[in-house]
Design a protein around this ligand. Sequence first.
Ligand code: SF4
Length: 484
Amino acid sequence: MSQHRAELDIDRKARAYAPVLPVRKQDAETRLGHFEEIYLTYEAEIARAEASRCIQCPDPAPCVLGCAIGNDIPTALRLVEEGNFIEAANIFRQTSPMPEICSRVCPQERLCEGSCTHGGGVSLQPIQIGKIEKFVIEYQYATEGIPLGQVDPDTGKSVAVVGGGPAGLAAAERLRRLGHAVTVYDANPYPGGLLLYGIPAYKLQKERIVKKVQHLEALGIRFVTHTRIGQDIPLQKLADEFDAVFIATGASVDSVPKWEGADLHGVYTATEYLIRSNVPVDLQPHELAEKGLPDVGHRVYVVGGGDTAMDCVRSSLRLQHALDYSLDVTCAYRRTEAEMPGCKAERVNAREEGAKFEWLTAPVRFVGDEEGNLTGIEFVRMTLGEPDESGRRRPVPLKGSEFVAPADTAILALGYNADPLLGETTPNMATDRWGLILIDQDTGKTSLPNVWAGGDAVTGLELVGTAIKSAQKAADSIAEFLKA
Ligand code: SF4
């Protein structure tokens, strides 16, 4: 426990009864008119009052154990309570390379806030840790800007990072700060990976990613975009030219079952849909930028139950403003709401914005007209059977319950797979049957002598915080290797 916290003398009982002070959000009608963030940032006094609910649990505090990267949350909250916002921001920066992003996109209800003692206490409301973190980081941006921090003298060693998503950026920063020359390669026109190309702007404004990349450039990290390793440059060439390579290509390939009619006009993958509706045109891959906004009809179905499905639902609802006509947007999920893997807050927001839900409903095929346009979706109703390997009850089709729902647009948000390209084009690098790169779990090292990997390319789709943690572990192993 830090000295700062050890000296505390607080009335824990009074704090336990203090009501939560949630951050305000825009009303649904206002937020449907744009793609800007819906949650407002705390005002200073409200942030201090909310932080003062924290009872400063003794080590190990449950919130710290629940945080994927081990942020010292109690100390940061104590500093916020005292009004020391910059110090609090720097506490988050000690463990997190991108608190401006984690504070917005981490599912805190399942992590720090889900573990908070207050959640199970009298108030039944955890401390609003994510929103307080966002407040102090935004305060820092508005006052001092992001501190550049220390970079060690040049070591003469070089590292190539393949993929500019959260894992790639986290590893690049850690290695650059140790004095290594770092080059990040990314296939897209701009780094950021799923942060830029997957998460909608109303949850994470794109400007924050651009600022983070500019910050890394200021540290001396070089970015090479429009370059797909394994296609434009063989991985082995990087391994030969650099002292070490870190692979962080993520899991960005949409999972699309072989349904009849999935190639009809009007059926989209979540990735294409989210990029074309959310990402500024100058940052979109050329082949998508030239298509413009998605071609959306009045009746929209999103198939899936995770956060990406809600992202597609809520992006569709926002497109009404640009399209100037109303949409009927329905999320079809094969289980019930209780089994949905996505965040509850996202569903609450989606409902407020006008989303509908069809539970226990799964597509069988997509129906089109003679010109190849989607006109309907044949669904089948489901019931829940025995639990599967995930522990959730398995959906089982109800025979004879098929029906066709009229539809103009269908968006498939059914999860992501790793990109198999690097495994397929690098014969000596071991991967599993799903294309995930096999690594030593303690070091992140692959089967190639000077190549490491981390993040979703190794685990499949995971949380941003989990990807950052694995990247930091691999970066530390690379740093040890480079010392030799
Ligand atoms: Fe504070 Fe909750 Fe963490 Fe306890 S678990 S230290 S109450 S934020």
